[in-house]
Design a protein around this ligand. Structure first.
Ligand SMILES: [Zn+2]
Length: 295
């Protein structure tokens, strides 16, 4: 089976992106895996520190590894937003394929210094592991926010991107390009959409010359996502949209029969609901494009 690095390279050549979806239970994992399987596309499953805390770092790794082996399927596991080296090492030792080592809250020079150390430490555990670094500010929390953070102030520059990638040796860079974590209520209802700085993505891609991840993809305008892929985004993270669908599905399952207590009869409603979101996003990310540039 192709490695995650090879699949990213192929996605780059084709001008498509690998969808990254966060999970914290079996409903989400089932929805993500079966959506990808139906469309025959590779997929990345991610767990933040909080999601790993709930599901178990080694337990999540065992589940994803089992799916990969049983179905001979390109499903990969990412340790999303990991803020300490100890947690990153724990995920690397558990067999995660990639780690988002997120020190973007630190001053830029300190972010570079500690990310470089992280890359060296993680590659010494698993030379094939992919390490992602973050620069700029895109807010925190894949939740529904009352108001948007001022993300325009924290946009990444091509100069910073180039310096960061060269100095740290990260395989993947997550820039701030108009994206933000979480959604506003107006985005959940579909009245408003997130918009991206496409020219900035293209300039960062050219300067950094590495794989790029778009975090906080939930609620982003479809056309902006297409343009972002063409400009060099290789991975798109979707979390909040899944959480919203999860809740709607659970509520639907509970409402159907107030006397029903079997989880395996209630939770399929949530699987169906999450699957609709994942399938729509994967279709968008995997439309064929012809504008890709080599890394
Ligand atoms: Zn993120």
């Amino acid at each position: 089976m192709d490695s995650l690095r090879n699949l990213l390279q192929q996605a780059q050549t084709k001008g498509v992106a690998i969808g990254h979806f966060n999970i914290s239970d079996l409903v989400l994992l089932k929805a993500v895996f079966t959506s990808a399987q139906d469309l025959h596309v590779p997929v990345l499953v991610g767990l933040s520190e909080g999601e790993r805390e709930f599901m178990g770092t080694r337990e999540a790794a065992a589940l994803v590894r089992t799916l990969r082996e049983e179905f001979d399927y390109p499903i990969f596991l990412n340790a999303d937003h990991t803020h300490s080296l100890a947690k990153a090492v724990e995920a690397a030792k558990a067999g995660f394929d990639s780690i988002v080592f997120d020190l973007s809250a630190l001053p830029f020079e300190e972010n570079i210094r500690q990310t470089k150390q992280g890359v060296e430490a993680l590659k010494s555990i698993n030379p094939a592991i992919l390490v992602e670094g973050e620069i700029g500010d895109i807010g925190t929390g894949s939740e529904i926010h009352d108001k948007a953070p001022d993300i325009e102030k924290g946009l990444s520059t091509p100069e910073e991107a180039k310096q960061f990638v060269q100095a740290t040796g990260v395989d993947i860079l997550a820039p701030a390009v108009g994206n933000m974590h979480g959604m506003l209520m107006s985005m959940v209802s579909g009245e408003t959409k997130k918009h991206l700085h496409i020219d900035r993505i293209a300039a960062i891609k050219q300067a950094a010359g590495t794989f790029l991840t778009l975090h906080g993809g939930s609620g982003t305008d479809d056309e902006d996502l297409r343009k972002a892929l063409a400009a060099g985004i290789n991975i798109v993270h979707i979390n909040t949209e899944l959480r919203v669908a999860w809740r709607e599905g659970v509520e639907k399952g509970l409402a159907k029969d107030p006397n029903e207590v079997s989880p395996y009869k209630i939770l399929p409603f949530a699987v169906t609901s999450v699957k609709q979101v994942v399938t729509a996003r994967l279709k968008l990310f995997n439309e064929q494009r012809h504008l890709a540039k080599g890394v």
